[in-house]
Design a protein around this ligand. Structure first.
Ligand SMILES: [Zn+2]
Length: 252
């Protein structure tokens, strides 16, 4: 009796597997999945969003491997004491990272931000970075912009990190109060002035449970550091005993 039951179960599982393969093949024909980096067709059963080649070829800075790196140094030199700062990828025009970040931000692929947040999370965990952080804060987006885009890419990356590092996300402490234009064409000084006016510490929030905490601010791209600097300074001004660390998915 048991043998017959086992044989039937095996047959049912085989049929389910065959049907799933047929479904995947049909989906591939109806709406073929393409790699969001190189545009080539990807295999649905083994690859997700980015092909294995592009994933292996991602241009990385891997700053999390070093205690000292340009991100930590840059903010320290700007009188904004942070515990630790690092980035995962190297953002360079014409490289696959530009394609990937543009796909997340401008071509409506928040799921790619989540995926890369998870991948970065595994690396950070491996090197024991941010293990004493209490809360992750994604760099906020202005509500109007978020409504238009449908998501905040920094928040998607933060969710991926949060899942792997097991650190909760805490939004609503910092706010984007001015819907600023893109900073891509601004110089360092203009970016800093722009960011200073654009962000604020939320009014009327209870601070008892966030005093003396260690925050990790997360953004998609670190260029001159002005956004991170302003966000870190706001936290330190309003929560004087807090610690701040920073992470950017890519360093430009
Ligand atoms: Zn690819």
């Amino acid at each position: 009796m048991f043998v017959i039951f086992t044989v039937i179960c095996k047959m049912v599982f085989s049929i389910i597997r065959i049907l799933k393969n047929i479904k995947d093949d049909l989906l591939d024909i109806i709406s073929p999945k393409v790699c969001l980096s190189c545009g080539k067709h990807i295999k649905s059963e083994t690859e997700d969003l980015i092909c294995s080649e592009c994933l292996a070829d991602l241009s990385r800075v891997d700053f999390y491997k070093n205690d000292e790196n340009v991100i930590t140094e840059l903010l320290d030199n700007q009188d904004c004491r942070i515990e630790y700062g690092c980035a995962f990828l190297r953002f360079q025009k014409g490289e696959n990272t530009q394609q990937i970040l543009h796909n997340i931000k401008y071509y409506n692929h928040p799921e790619l931000g989540l995926k890369l947040g998870r991948i970065a999370g595994y690396q950070l965990k491996r090197y024991n970075r941010f293990s004493d952080v209490d809360f992750i804060i994604p760099v906020p987006m202005h509500p109007k912009k978020q409504k238009k885009r449908g998501f905040n890419q920094a928040e998607r990356i933060a969710v991926g990190l949060s899942e792997i590092l097991k650190i909760p996300i805490r939004e609503g402490i910092l706010e984007k109060v001015i819907n600023t234009k893109s900073q891509t064409k601004m110089d360092k000084k203009q970016r800093l002035n722009n960011s200073r006016q654009a962000f604020g510490f939320a009014k009327n929030i209870e601070t008892q449970d966030i005093e003396n905490k260690h925050f990790l601010i997360v953004d998609d791209v670190f260029t001159t550091g002005s956004t991170m600097r302003v966000c870190a300074s706001l936290l330190k001004k309003h929560l004087p005993n807090c610690k701040v660390s920073i992470f950017a998915l890519a360093k430009a």
